[in-house]
Design a protein around this ligand. Sequence first.
Ligand SMILES: [Zn+2]
Length: 149
Amino acid sequence: MPSCPRCDAPVDDEARYCAQCGAPQTEDAAEELDEYVQRQAEQVAGGGGGGSEGGESSASDAFPSMEELSDREQLWRRGSYVVGYGTVVIALTRVPAPESWPLILAGIAILPPIRRLTAEPLGSPLKREVMAGIYAVFALIGIALFVVL
Ligand SMILES: [Zn+2]
């Protein structure tokens, strides 16, 4: 019995794909998979256009808004990192003053990976606005402690 070149699982003589990892076992299967992936990519990019003029123009119509969205997403991510790390660094210089701890929490809360971590127990990621709100609350507590003490 031959074995899968990718995962070494035994593969049936007739099998076109590995039952263990899904790797194609024949040239035909590999080509078929390539075509399938390409079709999926085209569908995602252009809404399934058939490669005609019409399909292309509809794809270019769809792109600006998508790019705009990802630009805003990028900007938000970068801003969150800058604000988060900046806050943590400033807070660390104030340790062990009591205001440093809420500021550290605030900085950590706004870092983008935290949204992914909290998505696990909560089922869905918290909105960016929620993270910004948590940041604002902790930052205000920190600033208040700084002013009061
Ligand atoms: Zn395999």
